[in-house]
Design a protein around this ligand. Structure first.
Ligand SMILES: Nc1ncnc2c1ncn2[C@@H]1O[C@H](COP(=O)(O)OP(=O)(O)OP(=O)(O)O)[C@@H](O)[C@H]1O
Ligand SMILES: O=C(O)c1ccc[n+]([C@@H]2O[C@H](COP(=O)([O-])O)[C@@H](O)[C@H]2O)c1
Length: 213
């Protein structure tokens, strides 16, 4: 098997176990050599996050400090423009060459909005798309033409992700983690505990910085 690397982009406001656990399990299931966590500076499709980019980056660093599978990629943090995935993947492909298998990981909720992303059709030219499960969202697209787009690219064979450089969509059978950054921010605002939802060093940093009060 080749060494398949995957980029995992997000706002991570804050990073939590709903981000970390599915992708760790995925890495074991399909054989990922590296998961590259890539926080954005300006998210394309949502309001600016509550925590600063430096704070969100630091929380990612704390979350992955004891996990050799993960590395941090700061390229989107350096961008003052919205972080369009199509552009980022074009850059990444250029760096890695045409033959290297590359993948971009998203959760099930992101798959549903994927056809609204900037130049979404070009994203699969440069990487595979790996979708992790998330409770509360369907695995089918709302519009028939988007379902057709999905069906045309779906694969059930994880080997395809290693054998081809890009172009496939793989719906991974990862367990559900009913955690979101929104719930965490709300719970913290209400003074409720979030210990089960994120690594302890991240929670300690949130408390120390007085974030999400
Ligand atoms: N619980 C989860 N299970 C699977 N995927 C998830 C989960 N939470 C987030 N993701 C995925 O991680 C990526 C980054 O998500 P993001 O940083 O927006 O977290 P979030 O918890 O959805 O945040 P918010 O609640 O602020 O919208 C997205 O592709 C999203 O689909
Ligand atoms: O390129 C786009 O148009 C686009 C639209 C929405 C989301 N994304 C990317 O998808 C990833 C998850 O986004 P989010 O908002 O759920 O944190 C993150 O890397 C975003 O930059 C990208």
């Amino acid at each position: 098997m080749t060494k398949l690397q995957a980029l995992f982009g997000g706002t991570f406001d804050p990073i939590h176990y709903g981000h970390l656990k599915p992708v760790e399990i995925l890495a074991n299931q399909i054989g990922l050599s590296r998961i590259i966590i890539m926080p954005n500076n300006v998210p394309p499709h949502r309001p600016q996050p509550e925590a600063t980019s430096d704070q969100r980056k630091h929380m990612v660093e704390l979350a992955i400090a004891d996990k050799p599978l993960f590395v941090l990629d700061e390229r989107e943090l350096r961008r003052d423009m919205p972080s369009y995935t199509a552009q980022t993947l074009q850059e990444w492909r250029h760096e890695e060459g045409p033959e290297t298998p590359l993948a971009f990981i998203i959760g099930q909720d992101s798959l549903l909005t994927f056809p609204t992303w900037h130049q979404y059709e070009t994203i699969l030219d440069n990487a595979h798309l790996i979708v992790t499960r998330r409770p509360g969202y369907p695995l089918t697209m709302q519009q028939p033409e988007h379902q057709q787009w999905l069906d045309d690219r779906l694969t059930l064979r994880s080997e395809d992700l290693h054998e081809q450089p890009a172009g496939k969509i793989f719906l991974a059978e990862t367990p559900w983690f009913d955690i979101s950054a929104t719930i965490i921010r709300e719970r913290l605002q209400n003074g409720e505990s979030c210990e089960e939802m994120m690594p302890a060093p991240v929670l300690a940093y949130i408390m120390q910085q007085g974030l999400y009060r």
